[in-house]
Design a protein around this ligand. Sequence first.
Ligand code: ZN
Length: 415
Amino acid sequence: MKLNNTQLQQVNEQIKRLLQTDSYYGKIYQEMGIEGINSQEDFEKLPFSSKEDLRNAYPLGIQAVPDKEVVRIHSSSGTTGKPVIIPYTAKDVEDWAVMFARCYETAGITNEDRIQITPGYGLWTAGIGFQAGCEKLGAMAIPMGPGNTDKQLQMMVDLKSTVITATSSYALLLAEEVNKRGLQDQICLKKGVIGSERWSEKMRNYIQKGLGIELYDIYGLTEIYGPGIGVNCQEEAGIHYWDDFIYIEIIDPKTGENVADGEEGEIVITTLVKEGAPLIRFRTHDISRIIPEKCSCGSHFPRIDIIKGRSDDMFKVHGVNMFPSQVEDLLQNVDGASSEYAVTIAHDDDKNRDIMIVTVEAEGRVDFEDTGKKIRELFKSRIGVTPKITIVPIGTLPRSEKKTKRVTDYRFSQE
Ligand code: ZN
């Protein structure tokens, strides 16, 4: 999807703003002699920005306004290295609330609703984002924050909360507790707005049924405001995003080139009106695609598909992009298969083709041959590749305390 004229002008404004500062990106642009853009082509030549940059700019090197204009900071912790600090101006905070309110509206939530907010407050962008959007919409915020499940359920019942906002794992916990305590008839929840971590269909169904709600996935990242830059609509066909605040392009994560609309790749986001910390061409490492068709809900906001995984985890066999998450989803549907598996990919030089071997653990009570067949069929129908499957008894594959390495690719190791 190309920049429209307004967006092109907005990007130029962002570049101008950066050039006038000695911020991290201001300096980079000055050194590169970038003064602005006149076309899509110019835009696509601009350097990417990354989480790595933001760590280098720690703590406030990215700030592109004078101190007196900054009203708040947020931070993303990240599992490795320094945290990232993002400064916000009053306008940034307001814009974010406007976007978030739009997410609620897209989910059919109104000022009559009572929104119970369970994500954390503080440095994290979650709780306060859900809250500001709720107040902007005019709904009643019930600002619980995380944990204290007894109190959560008491408030949910007594205050008749109609909307729950949560991470998927906390929503699951609440659904389990409601079920355990037999509270289904006492709660008034209609909808759930869930932070967009990756979660399985099984979990989704459980939460939906357990709490009797419709579910909405909210998209966002701390570097770009926070959650609230997009959400799915009632058609459940991808995520609408707010193209008056952000511009999204999809690139090939390996080459950095833009791919055609509809093709899968890495989401790259440019903020169009951000003041405190404008980001141009920020690489998210999230994999999705632009959905080129207009949504049947009638919204004019463009769509990306639901996030398929992280580019760092992607692997490619027979020209098909795959993610560990897809393998996990698939195995969940196989009776007796454990969640432990290993994928080995090699190249058969004689036949000049890739070979993929998937080793899966299964419980002793099931027939290994049948289970293997079932898994192969699922790979064929769902992913479009037919690997060799080996079934082994539970406990055979190595366990590790850290993130287990599940995919071993021998194709590139000898180059
Ligand atoms: Zn729609």
